[in-house]
Design a protein around this ligand. Structure first.
Ligand SMILES: [Zn+2]
Length: 167
């Protein structure tokens, strides 16, 4: 009896640790891929600049705006929308293969990237202090959306396995 309980508890803790591990990994890789996409689309459209990384994230410093009329919008959209769509596709794959820890982390980071990227794409011209405030709101809204969808799918499809610690 107690043994089953301990086993199931260990299963849940492992499951949670796995979720945190994926979340951290996708957050880190996501930031790198995000800036890489901004940078490449900038170059592709004839602009100039470079990527900077800090402990909190990264950014692409634009030295020459691309001459294309939609240049800045495309460069701004590329990072978050590119990474977001890729992660949501990966989340779908993990949903099918019932890896709910990885799926949930991809949904959280994927929706955060997507909503942040859409915000960047349409509001890159906003004055800086407001821009950062609203960009955080957009990113956090995406996080919450991903977490809600992940939790919903997890509970609906994987609850029994998770409770028994066999997921
Ligand atoms: Zn960006």
């Amino acid at each position: 009896m107690l043994r089953t309980c301990v086993k199931s508890m260990r299963g849940k803790l492992l499951s949670f640790a796995e979720l945190l591990f994926y979340l951290f990994t996708y957050l880190m890789l996501g930031v790198a891929a995000h800036e890489y996409l901004h940078y490449n689309v900038l170059k592709m459209l004839g602009g100039e600049g470079y990527a900077v990384f800090t402990w909190f994230g990264g950014m692409v410093v634009i030295e020459k705006v691309p001459p294309h009329p939609w240049g800045m919008t495309l460069v701004a959209l590329a990072g978050g929308v590119g990474v977001g769509l890729f992660l949501l596709l990966a989340a779908y794959w993990d949903y099918i293969s019932k890896d709910f820890e990885e799926m949930t982390s991809e949904l959280i980071v994927g929706f955060a990237q997507l909503s942040y990227g859409l915000f960047e794409g349409f509001f890159w011209w906003m004055p800086r202090p407001e821009y950062y405030t609203w960009a955080q709101v957009a990113g956090s809204a995406g996080c919450l959306l991903g977490l809600s969808i992940g939790a919903y799918l997890w509970i609906r499809k994987g609850w029994d396995a998770w409770r028994q610690g066999t997921l």
